[in-house]
Design a protein around this ligand. Structure first.
Ligand code: GTQ
Ligand code: FE2
Length: 364
């Protein structure tokens, strides 16, 4: 057989493979079996100064109604080709409610967490338990729990939403139902915060990120900032680390708060820099307080309160803060852990900074 004949036959093979919906692995092996994770999501930051004015415009212009369900602006990572996700496995968003607005009750198979940024007066009713929300509080709305958000006050409220929606969607496991009523929201119970009264006595925080696994969610639906801050202060008194990491855990089992999502708070000490680290698995960070910067794969991201940033899998990340800063961190770590995919690498030297992230233009 001549070389040309072979080439022609080979071209014909590839054409026939394509026509038969078959793909030869040897042409794509290097794309698929990468030495380390190659997430499509890029490191990115959404400034509060951009998000909040846009959210306020949405409050003025767009009512919260059945069908649309929520006034939510999702963090859309520009690396994901238009998918409305912060990173490949996590939905992140800012949600807001104006005075006396209600977001109707529904339930869905994706699980969610809320971390409150500003305002007061809202409660989220989770399967009948009305959980009051104040800044710094973490509220859980686990898979298939009915939930609605009611603003009973006169101020607007903003919070961060995190969901495992991209993971559940990848598993083709998304289900959604509207609350059958009567009424669009669940009846307000006489007593609020029942899960807190029953379960808040247990250990709700674990040092580091080593929570156990559980197929179930925490029975405690709300973790108060006052308790989180007190625990951080206790940890700070007994540790000299530049970064203090606490994971929120199920007070009964010590497991992560949801089967799919881990929530933590990282306190960066004033004037200190954390060790650069890579982790398998994606993360979204929400700045609760303080100003500082993070270097993510060589790029510097400056941040302040209310800013949100994405750290894709295996990106090297380190934080520094001039003043003490508290970061809320959402990850998919329980899923990687459950599947034996957890990996971490601490780098021995600070990263060389090759550029500074410039956020998109601020709101007019
Ligand atoms: O508050 O129920 O950001 O269902 C995305 C989907 C929030 C919610 C989101 C939701 C919700
Ligand atoms: Fe929801």
């Amino acid at each position: 057989m001549t070389g040309t004949g072979h080439a022609t036959e080979l071209d014909a093979l590839y054409a026939d493979l394509a026509a038969a919906e078959l793909r030869p692995l040897w042409t794509i092996t290097e794309q698929l079996l990468t030495p380390t994770p190659r997430p499509r999501a890029v490191p990115w930051l959404w400034p509060a100064a951009t998000m909040k004015p846009l959210a306020r415009r949405a409050i003025r212009l767009v009512p919260v109604e059945r069908g649309g369900e929520r006034r939510v602006l999702s963090l859309q990572n520009p690396g994901l080709g238009g998918a409305p996700y912060a990173v490949g496995t996590l939905w992140g968003a800012i949600q807001c409610l104006g005075p006396h607005e209600t977001a109707p009750a529904h339930r869905h198979s994706p699980g969610a967490i809320r971390f409150v940024l500003d305002g007061e007066g809202v409660w989220t009713t989770v399967d009948g338990d009305a959980c009051d929300m104040r800044p710094g509080d973490l509220v859980l709305t686990p898979s298939m729990n009915w939930h609605d958000h009611v603003n009973g006050g006169d101020s607007e409220m903003f919070w961060f939403d995190g969901l495992d929606l991209p993971m559940v969607a990848a598993l083709d496991g998304v289900f959604f139902e509207e609350y059958p009523g009567p009424g669009e929201s669940q009846p307000e119970p006489a007593e609020h915060n029942v899960s807190e009264r029953v379960h808040a006595a247990g250990t709700r925080y674990a040092v580091g990120t080593t929570a156990a696994l559980s197929p179930r969610h925490s029975p405690l639906m709300v973790y108060r900032w006052t308790d989180t801050a007190a625990e951080l202060d206790r940890l700070a008194a007994s540790s000299d680390e530049p970064l203090l990491a606490l994971e929120y855990v199920d007070p009964v089992t010590g497991a992560s708060v949801l089967p799919t999502l881990a929530c933590a708070v990282h306190r960066v000490r004033a004037g200190r820099r954390s060790a650069p680290v890579r982790r398998a698995g994606n993360a979204v960070h929400v700045v609760f307080s303080g100003h500082g910067s993070s270097v993510i794969d060589g790029q510097r991201f400056d941040w302040g309160p209310g800013d949100m940033f994405a750290v894709p899998s295996w990106a090297a990340v380190e934080h520094a803060a001039a003043e003490q800063a508290d970061l809320f961190v959402l990850t998919d770590a329980p899923v990687l852990r459950a599947l034996g995919l957890e990996r971490e690498q601490v780098l021995d030297a600070p990263q060389a900074v090759t550029g500074t992230f410039v956020p998109h233009p601020r709101e007019r």
